[in-house]
Design a protein around this ligand. Structure first.
Ligand code: MG
Length: 435
């Protein structure tokens, strides 16, 4: 009997060793958080010990890009691995919009759900709030949160496809999302899961819980970011308690750069030029941290280009899923980068705003196409017109030194590459109706 028991224990142990459990994925998204807002990205005022530790024990990216300088297209690109222009999500949806991310798109939630993952979206969706386009129609088994930006009205909490509250008490939004996230982790501890946690904060209007209000040196904005950091700490603590830490990849990032026109209520680009709504670096270069104890080498800093679209192929590959083969996927696999086994394939990014291709980065060179300028609105900072610009980001990340004149051959070469990419896009879908 004892031998039999011993044998059973051994074989079950072996089979575990032979077929390791599929890794869990937790993706935490901040809204409008700037490149310079976290301690581990050089911020001296706002305390972010949990994110700093996540970076110290994981991997921090220094040339990581969202696929758009505004909310909805950035999210569409994250979830589909495709440039926003391919999905027609070229601008920001409003509560009145009858359209959203097309259900014919394949999202990372669908890919993971097909493999038996429990999937949840908790937080800001912003890919269409009409029933046909909610998270539950895009591969998420459950949803809780404010379905779009918190400066749009009304601001209800939805639970799945129904209303959970007519008006969210935004003082406790970060807290509520955190509690929902912790219960999801606990409930799904015994099966693979994908938790997508797109926070409403620190998008304006800013709100913090009483426990955080007035506590930071960075004003209300700092309070809000410190509460987000607390939330990240809660998630990591729960994973550790549940003994899931070593089988869970946690990623933290931001959907776009800071909304500078909001002054005191906006974040910091850490010196990068311009911010949200522009294709200068401040609009699209964002913090990104990946954490996976035992898999990602502690203290790694990845300085090569990587993008928000990369997570879809990365998660698919790490979990043994299938990438769609009937459509272009623009993201590149980062699994070798994370595991320290190789490089990302390619070093290019096309920067879009409102469906228009405005800039192109290849290696350390960035070409910014001529821009007619924007006089500014209450929601948008004025941006001066500019001719064609060429920057060497390796020593001019802040885009101050235009090298177009001394490097006409580089300009011409990159212009040709932009044109080739434009051609390769072919017929793109019409822009979704946003209002
Ligand atoms: Mg945003």
């Amino acid at each position: 009997m004892l031998t039999l028991l011993l044998l059973l224990t051994l074989t079950s142990g072996m089979s575990c060793g032979q077929t390791p459990a599929k890794p869990n994925i937790v993706f935490i998204y901040a809204d409008d958080l700037g490149y310079g807002d976290l301690g581990c990205y050089g911020n001296k005022q706002i305390r972010t010990p949990h994110l700093d530790q996540m970076a110290a024990r994981g991997m921090r990216f220094t040339n990581f890009y969202s696929a758009s300088p505004v909310c909805s297209p950035s999210r569409a690109a994250l979830l589909t691995g495709r440039y926003p222009v391919r999905t027609g999500v070229n601008g920001v949806f409003f509560p009145t919009s009858k359209e959203g991310l097309d259900t014919a798109e394949v999202t990372m939630a669908e890919i993971l759900k097909d493999q038996g993952y429990a999937t949840a979206c908790i937080g800001k969706w912003h890919l269409g709030s009409a029933a046909d386009f909610l998270p539950t129609r895009h591969g998420f088994e459950s949803y809780f949160g404010i379905p779009y930006s918190n400066d749009m009205t009304p601001t209800p909490y939805l639970r799945n496809e129904g209303q959970a509250a007519a008006k969210a008490n935004q003082d406790s939004t970060t807290y509520r999302y955190t509690q929902e996230a912790l219960s999801f982790l606990k409930k799904n501890r015994n099966q693979p899961f994908f938790l997508y946690l797109p926070h409403t904060m620190p998008h304006v209007p800013l709100y913090a819980s009483p426990a955080f209000r007035g506590k930071s040196k960075g004003g209300l904005y700092g309070d809000v970011v410190e509460e987000l950091d607390w939330s990240v700490g809660q998630v990591l603590k729960k994973l550790k308690e549940l003994k899931l830490e070593e089988n869970t990849l946690v990623v933290f990032s931001s959907d776009n750069g800071p909304w500078l026109v909001k002054g005191q209520d906006a974040g910091s680009t850490g010196g990068l030029r311009e911010g949200k709504m522009t294709t200068f670096e401040g609009g699209m270069r964002v913090p990104a941290i990946a954490y996976w104890p035992g898999k990602i080498k502690p203290g790694s800093v990845h300085q090569q280009l990587a993008t928000m679209m990369d997570w879809l192929p990365t998660f698919t590959l790490l979990t043994g899923g299938q990438l769609p083969t009937d459509r272009p996927i623009d993201g590149k696999d980062l699994s070798k980068v994370l595991l320290g086994k190789g490089q990302r394939d390619g070093q290019e990014l096309f920067y879009f705003m409102d469906g228009k291709l405005q800039a192109y980065r290849k290696g350390n060179w960035k070409l910014k196409l001529p821009y007619g300028g924007n006089a500014g609105t209450p929601g948008m900072k004025a941006v001066a017109p500019h001719p064609i610009l060429l920057f060497d980001l390796s020593n001019d990340a802040n885009e101050q030194n235009n090298l177009a004149d001394p490097h006409p051959e580089k300009v011409a070469q990159m212009q040709a590459q932009v044109e080739a990419f434009r051609q390769s896009l072919g017929q793109v879908p019409p822009t979704k109706h946003l209002r």
